[in-house]
Design a protein around this ligand. Structure first.
Ligand SMILES: Nc1ncnc2c1ncn2[C@@H]1O[C@H](COP(=O)(O)OP(=O)(O)OP(=O)(O)O)[C@@H](O)[C@H]1O
Length: 267
């Protein structure tokens, strides 16, 4: 395949099923390096499965997904881990590691088998913990902190992994409003400063509108609309996909679309 240096991810005619259940159907899309993409769509529309496929966390079939021109099917787990970091939807962890241990796991793809972390690894981890505001939790056990704090720790681990592509699956679902904005600002800064490509699955359409360069709207395993917020977040698309009537105004501060649902429409 011909490499285009601006392409971070190219997906071609991707189909994916769990048993007989077709979950992704004929997905084709090119994502550019250094852009912030949000993936939106109703529950069960295939967002997580698409994210998992790109990160090779489900069974990869055929030559369908290329990261920086390379077929993911041919990439080892270690190579993928140096290119793609993920914040999964479920951040619960069964083992009793400390917060510091968890964040340092982000350095594992760069370390030899029996090698321990260097001073530079610890420095990278500390910086990530400072910007996600979890440094004060470093000695606590991961299972003795709150769900929102844990989510921030996992994001710190992801930043520590220092990849070119970051996939976040509902990264702010458990987080209070101050930390939601703080984290999205942090990720947006990394996106701009380090040319990081971001794919964030978000349910908050207004936050998706504010932070994304482009939005991918999914429904029933297909991409229904892809492009700038103004083009994707239309009354028609929202009615079609979410079966919801909304009012749309322009955010007076940013000029982006701002969605106000019409309340009591199902009563
Ligand atoms: N491990 C699995 N085995 C079988 N079916 C699955 C599995 N994971 C997801 N599915 C099914 O695949 C479809 C897509 O699920 P997916 O998690 O990708 O949706 P989603 O858009 O991320 O949903 P949500 O917004 O609820 O997180 C759903 O019908 C779901 O029930």
């Amino acid at each position: 395949m011909k490499k285009n240096i601006n392409d971070s991810i190219v997906i071609k005619k991707l189909k994916f099923s769990y048993g007989d259940n077709i979950v992704l159907n004929d997905i084709g899309i090119s994502l550019e390096k250094g852009k912030f993409y949000s993936v939106i769509g109703p529950n069960g529309s295939g967002k997580t499965t698409l994210a998992k496929y790109i990160a090779k966390l489900v069974d990869v079939q055929g030559e369908k997904v290329f990261v920086e021109g390379e077929d993911i099917k041919k990439m080892s787990a270690k190579v993928i881990a140096k290119k793609i970091s993920c914040v999964p939807q479920n951040t619960s962890i069964d083992y009793d590691f400390s917060v510091m241990d968890i964040v340092l796991m982000g350095r594992a793809p760069y370390m030899g088998r029996f090698q321990s972390e260097s001073e530079s690894d610890i420095k990278i981890a500390k910086r990530a913990m400072d910007i996600t505001k979890v440094w004060h939790l470093r000695d606590k056990k991961i299972n003795q902190i709150s769900g929102g704090e844990r989510q921030r720790v996992i994001i710190a681990r992801t930043i520590t992994q220092d990849t070119d592509l970051m996939i976040l699956d509902e990264p702010i679902s458990n987080i209070d409003i101050q930390h939601q904005i703080g984290l999205l600002d942090t990720i947006k800064n990394l996106n701009k400063e380090k040319n990081l490509t971001v794919i964030a699955i978000l349910h908050d359409l207004n936050l998706a509108a504010q932070y994304s360069d482009e939005i991918i709207l999914m429904n029933e395993g297909e991409i229904i609309s892809f492009g700038r917020a103004e083009a994707v977040l239309t009354k028609k698309n929202i009615k079609n996909v979410y079966n919801l009537d909304v009012n749309l105004i322009e955010n007076p501060m940013t000029g982006k679309p701002y969605i106000i649902p019409i309340y009591n429409q199902f009563s």
